[in-house]
Design a protein around this ligand. Structure first.
Ligand code: 26Q
Length: 814
């Protein structure tokens, strides 16, 4: 498209040229003509960062002047992905930069490719936090994210002969650093270990912490722009370092080694993101990371509040602190500590402020993901926090006892401290004014299961906010052809108001629009095939059906069930190679936690099935299985717009919401899914004609457990399933997968704990329905259209408005 060069365009270009020129000269001592692509990339980023910094300053001034209440979103992960393209689009400067760069022979698209993909998150929870930052800024809500500046983000995945290899993600020197603004002036210190002494001084109790390891927290700010607004928020990332003052006393007392250990511990804190998703490992360093984030952030928040209002009494009126899952739950005792120890509030006053300030979102009901810490280790690392948690626990247990006199079991279940463990979810519920789940089903399950006792006690605290995605990122910027078709048919209003996507429904009988949708999908598939040929050296057939399962590798997400269906299909084709079927490519993308051996086995299985099929030309024409390595935000942006079928097949009751499901939906992929997480709401909005729902419901799963689930019953009853499972023994491409067979049938504990076999038949049958539907092109395109039209509800804009209105009580700045 030709760029329209208005007067304002030219003046913006001039400004841009000046700023980039001065960055190149200042940082590299060169002119634009002399710059190589990497230098130009850095200068471009720094120029964008400057524009954002200017707007950010304006926002801070406005927030202050209007005394607006703000939200502070605490999260151990923010999976931002690349942001240059997004920022240029949000600022309306993409054409300006493209034009400027072309003058010096650079392509903006090539510059985009220079940006590393910062993987400061594992998966759903981290990406949700990033989508929320977009929605906050785009709707002018004053909000700030807080997290850790991990030196190494989530590992880079390589697949070598079917094995996952983990490589470090060195994103900062690789072009990530230039986005960050270090704020040395805002550094704070965080104390670990040592002992606590109490002393009465002039009518208050002085708390003295001695012999602590002191860690310095230095904030690095990343700016978050919104779409079509000047609101630019901050994501503040804390870096841990050792204070540069040597503790001379420690040295003189011969504690040289301790002093050195302290230094090592300090810099370890922000070294690396823990790569486990939905799994808790009780590692002490992780606890240190959590306290580090929480303590630094609270000092910062309270410091700013005090500077403006000179009191902390009105904290809940001006500050909402949100803890994203239990990972930052130490915010509760830390806020108590600061209020009492530093500002001499009484316990009751401090508790009242704390509970009215903090709110909490739960993201999982998987027992292995619920955080518990060994109380002794906890007390050693955080002695003062431990004292406060003990007091919170005692007071709470007294209250719980009064509500449930005589019910020891119940009070025990609800306690924070129990059997030598600290239960973080219990602390989070007790210390928050609102607790929410992330889909209707999940919020219901919370009230009926893990938080049932609390729901009896505090029914008004519990609510639901179904997740949402940054629709501009996942639709407008990732799928520009589809966005152009929407602009043309329903206007551009949906970009700001995603509910307007509903207007697209009116075109569901318009043959020419349906055809164009099909053409866009085909083009996206071609583009994707080209992209992965270039970046991964993998060849795929863009004219085959793309059936995609892209998400973290986890038993409950049941990539294994998908693989069993693929095996069945493969064996059927081998039996009958002339079967008249449309070719299909089964695409997988998934990282496994490095220590999760079973998940790595499943990756290997998928790769080996794929490799065996590659050797058989007759089968290869009809089906292929491709494992795409290193799934990250960038790969998702390319993959999702190219998908025909979206696999959302977790065991019902296990996936809290899912957000990938929403991204596929808004890009016109049709879902094959269980009634789990947000799939339930997708099915309600779409109607059963536009989504392929199968399998046991959450309630049926519960009943099956109660009756005693026996996977072998299903195996024995279904010859096709039996054949697929049996095929694991000889295996594929020369390797046996008997261990996976054993897992499904003969485990020492529970066989097939996520009921792949119980849902296999329903899953195969759903795939048959999908095949038939795809052959009716008109029907399929209508389904795709409905998926796009109904996806407005799943926008983060809606979701953030619900948080703002129902939980945080914040308003947009004017
Ligand atoms: C905990 C302790 C120690 C180390 C790591 C962790 C840890 C880290 C990450 C525990 C859990 C996570 C991530 C959980 C997660 O991503 N949950 C997903 O959240 C999404 C957003 O709400 C939901 O859509 C998904 O259903 C849910 O699985």
């Amino acid at each position: 498209m030709a760029i329209e060069k208005t007067e304002s365009f030219e003046s913006k270009k001039e400004e841009t040229a000046e700023v980039i020129g001065s960055k190149l000269s200042r940082y590299f001592g060169i002119s634009p003509e002399e710059a190589d692509e990497q230098q130009m990339y850095q200068a471009v980023v720094m120029s964008v960062r400057d524009v954002l910094a200017g707007y950010n300053k304006e926002l801070i001034a406005k927030t202050k002047q209007q005394s607006s209440k703000q939200v502070f979103y605490l999260c151990m992960e923010f999976l931002m992905g690349r942001t240059l393209k997004l920022n240029l689009n949000n600022l309306g400067l993409e054409d300006v930069y493209r034009d400027y760069l072309s003058q010096y022979g650079f392509s903006l698209d090539a510059i985009y490719e220079r940006e590393p993909d910062p993987g400061l998150g594992n998966g759903g929870l981290g990406r949700l936090a990033a989508c929320f930052m977009d929605a906050l800024a785009s709707q002018d809500y004053p909000g700030k994210g807080f997290s850790i500046l991990y030196e190494y983000g989530l590992f880079k995945q390589r697949i070598v002969d079917g094995e996952q290899m983990e490589l470090p993600d060195i994103w900062l020197p690789d072009g990530g650093e230039c986005w960050l603004v270090p704020r040395q002036d805002k550094k704070v210190t965080v104390n670990f270990g040592g002992t606590v002494r109490e002393e009465w001084r002039e009518n208050h109790l002085e708390i003295i912490q001695e012999g602590c390891t002191v860690v310095e927290a230095i904030p690095y700010d990343m700016f978050i722009s919104g779409a079509g607004t000047r609101t630019v928020n901050t994501l503040r990332l804390w870096k841990a370092t050792d204070p540069d003052t040597f503790d001379m006393q420690a040295f003189s007392q011969g504690q040289y080694v301790k002093a050195m250990e302290d230094r090592a511990m300090a810099s370890a804190i922000s070294k690396v993101l823990y790569p486990a998703d939905n799994h808790h490992e009780g590692k002490l360093l992780r606890l240190s990371q959590q306290y580090f984030l929480v303590s630094a952030s609270l000092q910062n928040i309270l410091g700013n509040h005090l500077a403006q209002y000179k009191t902390l009494k009105n904290l809940p009126d001006k500050v909402a602190i949100h803890i994203n899952d239990t990972h930052p739950a130490l915010a509760i005792p830390e806020l108590m500590r600061i209020l009492m120890d530093q500002h001499h509030f009484s316990w009751d006053e401090a508790w009242d402020i704390t509970v009215h300030t903090i709110s909490y979102t739960n993201h999982t009901v998987l027992p292995e993901a619920l955080e518990v810490w060994n109380e002794n280790l906890f007390a050693l690392k955080l002695p003062r926090i431990h004292m406060i948690v003990k007091e919170i626990n005692e007071r709470f247990c007294r209250e719980a006892w009064n509500c449930n006199v005589g019910d020891w079991n119940k009070v025990g279940r609800m306690a924070i401290l129990d059997h030598g463990m600290v239960h973080m979810a219990n602390l989070s519920v007790i210390g928050s004014h609102h607790i929410n789940g992330v889909s209707e089903l999940h919020s219901d399950i919370l009230k009926k299961t893990i938080f049932r006792d609390y729901y009896d006690m505090y029914p008004r605290r519990f609510c639901n906010v179904t997740n949402g995605i940054a629709h501009r990122k996942w639709l407008c910027y990732s799928n520009p052809s589809l966005a152009a078709l929407l602009d043309e048919t329903i206007g551009t209003g949906y970009r700001k108001n995603p509910e307007e996507l509903e207007k697209f429904s009116a075109y569901s009988e318009d043959a020419s629009i349906l055809q164009r949708l099909e053409d866009i999908k085909r083009r996206n598939k071609h583009d994707f095939a080209g992209y992965i040929k270039e970046t991964k050296g993998v060849l795929i057939d863009p004219d085959s059906i793309f059936d995609v399962q892209a998400k973290r590798m986890h038993e409950y997400k049941r990539q294994l069930m998908n693989a069993l269906h693929i095996i069945d299909w493969y064996l059927r084709l081998k039996e009958n190679p002339d079967m008249d079927v449309r070719p299909k490519t089964f695409l997988f993308a998934a990282k496994a936690a490095p220590g999760y051996y079973f998940a790595k086995d499943v990756i290997r299985l998928i790769c080996y099935i794929g490799a065996e099929i590659e050797k058989d030309p007759a089968i290869r024409k009809k089906m292929r299985v491709v494992f795409l390595e290193n799934y990250n935000v960038t790969l998702a942006e390319h993959l999702i717009p190219a998908a025909d079928i979206s696999e959302q097949i977790s065991l019902a009751g296990k996936e809290a919401s899912g957000t990938g499901n929403m991204k596929f939906m808004i890009n016109g992929a049709v879902t094959i899914g269980t009634l789990d997480g947000a799939n339930v709401e997708m099915a309600e909005l779409l109607g059963r004609d536009n989504i392929f729902i199968f399998g046991h419901t959450a309630q049926e799963v519960e009943e099956l457990w109660r009756k005693g689930y026996s996977s072998s019953d299903y195996y024995n009853r279904n010859p096709r399933l039996k054949r697929a499972v049996d095929a694991l023994q000889p295996g594929f491409n020369g390797r046996s997968f008997a261990d996976i067979g054993k897992y499904l049938l003969y485990s020492v504990g529970i066989s097939d704990p996520f009921m792949c076999l119980a849902d296999f038949d329903f899953f195969s049958e759903a795939h048959e329905r999908v095949r038939a539907a795809y052959e009716d092109r008109g029907r399929w395109n209508r389904m795709a259209l409905q998926n796009i039209a109904k996806a407005g509800f799943f926008a983060a804009d809606r979701c953030i408005r619900q948080y703002a209105e129902n939980i945080w009580h914040i308003k947009p700045v004017e």
